[in-house]
Design a protein around this ligand. Structure first.
Ligand code: PMP
Length: 389
């Protein structure tokens, strides 16, 4: 039989499968598991948003839209970005509606990376960044952050990995997996580095709506940074719309035009009915988003306090819906901890090492689960810890 592996490109062959998958597969074969593993809201999309999609189908809007997305949606996005974050982007030539933030990241990287260019990824990090950099022909350069600094990168840590090949830095605030949110001062420090080395900043702001203690500040709002920022966002998290596959990217005109070339050939446009749904989400979704934010905040407060009480030290995450407690005192690696917790107490969490070297010694728990499930998971984790450590 023909060895089909010989057809594969070197780039793809070298990509490693995501470490999160293995735990999903393990948990899927077991009964009674409480999963704190998935990175998505536990809310169903608001009914009015679903209804808007249904109406668009009833009205027969089943064709492609403009490559950049429905103009009405782009106008809503422009108004939303201005009202929520004080950012001005032109609906006509500074934004593209994409298939999730995932596709926005992909076209952003492909638009700026030449073969061999280096892109800095701040770890612990969302698992897609380095593979997407590699697929774009670039080299992902990881920089490790420290728990003592709440996993915030320092200018010195960035300077250490910058070379003449460095093209861009990917930022993610609020962060997956740590929940850390960067404030204005943190962003300004990074801005100075970006300016000194003339770097592009790809700012993943998909969790912008989910910040609990301080007002979210976009990197593009920092003085002189708009011109070098590619802002990635979308509807998956804040609007509870993961399955609709709808995101967007905002950037200055030249960068947007470059990304649009890739988007029009590779994707044509984002799904039409999802775009109609998103118009409704932006027009009337504010109250629902606020309600979800309050609910996550309540659950964060309970969950993080409880983790600390049972002896899993955890900084208070300012945003997103992840807690990233330390498991160092158990002496186990994060993989050993996650595997034993799953087998012995049927609680699924993600081992921190899948998010990079500095994620080791931690686990990622998503608190986008019901209060009852969170309480039960704490009970089980307490029992697990008391039994052995
Ligand atoms: N960026 C981050 C940091 C994420 O956590 C996720 C989803 N897990 C994405 C991007 C992708 O989002 P989308 O569903 O919009 O593609």
């Amino acid at each position: 039989m023909k060895q089909t592996k010989t057809y594969l490109s070197k780039t793809v062959e070298e990509l490693k499968p995501s470490g999160i998958r293995r735990f999903f597969d393990l948990a899927a074969g077991m009964e009674g598991v409480i999963s704190l593993g998935v990175g998505e809201p536990d809310f169903v999309t608001s009914w009015s948003v679903r209804e808007a999609a249904i109406l668009s189908l009833e009205q027969g809007y089943t064709s492609y839209t403009a490559n950049a997305g429905l103009l009405e949606l782009r106008e809503e996005i422009a108004a939303y970005m201005e009202n929520s974050f004080g950012l001005e982007y032109s609906a006509s030539n500074e934004m593209i509606v994409t298939v999730g933030a995932s596709q926005a990241l992909d076209i952003a990287l492909r638009a700026v990376v030449d073969p061999g260019d280096e892109v800095i990824v701040i770890e612990p990090s969302f698992v897609s960044y380095i593979p997407l950099v590699n697929l774009a022909g670039g080299k992902g350069v990881a920089v490790q952050t420290k728990k003592e600094n709440d996993f915030k990168v320092t200018p010195a840590e960035l300077e250490e990995v910058i070379t003449h090949r460095t093209k861009a830095i990917i930022l993610c605030s609020p962060n997956n997996p740590t929940g850390t949110m960067l404030n204005e001062q943190d962003l300004e420090a990074i801005a100075t580095v970006a300016k000194n080395h003339d770097l592009v900043i790809i700012s993943d702001e998909i969790y912008a709506e989910l910040s609990y203690d301080e007002k979210f500040v976009s990197f593009a709002a920092i003085e002189e940074m708009r011109e070098r920022t590619i802002l990635i966002s979308g509807f998956s998290k804040g609007f509870a719309m993961t399955g609709w596959r709808l995101g967007f990217v905002c950037a200055p005109k030249e960068l947007t035009e470059a990304m649009l070339k890739i988007h029009q050939y590779a994707m044509m446009c984002a799904p039409t009915m999802a775009q109609f749904a998103a118009i409704e989400a932006l027009k009337h979704g504010n109250e629902d988003v606020n309600g979800m934010r309050k609910s996550y905040r309540r659950r964060r407060n309970y969950f993080v306090q409880s983790l600390n009480e049972i002896g899993l030290e955890c900084h208070t995450p300012g945003g997103a819906f992840y807690a990233f407690p330390s498991i160092e005192r158990t002496g186990l690696t994060s993989e050993q901890f996650a595997e034993r917790l799953l087998v012995e107490e049927k609680v699924a969490v993600v081992p921190g090492n899948v998010f990079g070297q500095s994620g080791e010694g931690h686990i990622r728990c998503s608190y986008a689960s019901s209060m009852e499930q969170l309480q039960e998971s704490i009970k089980r984790m307490k029992r697990f810890l008391e039994r052995q450590f």
